[in-house]
Ligand binder design. Structure first.
Ligand SMILES: [Zn+2]
Ligand SMILES: [Zn+2]
Length: 86
């Protein structure tokens, strides 16, 4: 009993390991995984979403997201995207 109390006190005194975060140097968004940060920095950060739903304001970087969005939110409309870069 006493032992376990001592142990828990000792554990609480241990310096907590701060969970290390990786920051995007451009927008300072934080990521728990370095790989996610790198992918964001390379492919996402500063890139405007290129595709837009023709029926509402939704924008996305991937056409597949728009397609599934239209199937869900605009089930009676034709599935298509507006390419903003053209
Ligand atoms: Zn960023
Ligand atoms: Zn939409």
């Amino acid at each position: 009993m006493l032992d376990s109390m001592m142990n828990s006190v000792a554990r609480d005194r241990m310096p907590r390991r701060k969970s290390l975060l990786f920051y995007c140097p451009k927008c300072l968004r934080s990521f728990t995984l370095k790989g996610n940060r790198n992918r964001h920095y390379k492919y996402e950060c500063g890139h405007e979403p290129r595709f837009k739903c023709p029926y509402c304001k939704l924008k996305s970087k991937q056409t597949s997201q728009i397609y599934s969005h239209i199937r869900k939110k605009h089930p009676y409309k034709t599935v298509c995207v507006i390419d903003l870069k053209r």
